[in-house]
Write a protein that binds this ligand. Structure first.
Ligand code: ATP
Length: 125
């Protein structure tokens, strides 16, 4: 019983750390706020166009994908700044590739959003 209590406390603490990380991401990393604003706009559009369930699922998957990529990109930036504050070609590549991951998810999500809206308005996709 004591072990279970200790384990549960540890799990709750881990949730706390995750929320702290999410807060840090949104507070200190401007691009993540832009993506969050795009998500809010997309939710408003989806609501207005009365998206069916499968389209909401697509929107949520894309949103999770972009925000998770942003979080990992920011984590890479923090670690690179920690271990290589001075110029290093590999440090730069690590940041560039991590940023590329965000680009992939943002572009595919943007295209999916366009297709969903196009389909809702003209129904030919
Ligand atoms: N230590 C370093 N060594 C070599 N190049 C670096 C280093 N730090 C950053 N760079 C280069 O500068 C670019 C910008 O780095 P920076 O840390 O400013 O991230 P950023 O693009 O401003 O991130 P964001 O705007 O998403 O917060 C990197 O993508 C990389 O090409």
């Amino acid at each position: 019983m004591k072990g279970l209590l200790k384990y549960s406390r540890g799990r709750f603490a881990a949730f706390g750390y995750a929320f702290r990380g999410a807060y840090d991401l949104l507070r200190n990393h401007a691009p993540s706020r832009i993506h969050l604003a795009a998500l809010v706009a997309m939710i408003a559009i989806a609501w207005g166009l009365d998206f069916p369930l499968w389209k909401w699922v697509a929107v949520l998957i894309c949103a999770g994908m972009v925000l998770a990529a942003e979080a990992l990109n920011t984590a890479v930036e923090y670690v690179v700044d920690l271990v290589s504050p001075e110029y290093n070609i590999l440090a730069g590549k690590a940041k560039d590739v991590a940023a590329g991951a965000v680009l992939f998810t943002a572009v595919s999500s943007g295209l999916i959003a366009l297709m969903l809206v196009y389909d809702a308005l003209w129904g030919v996709v």
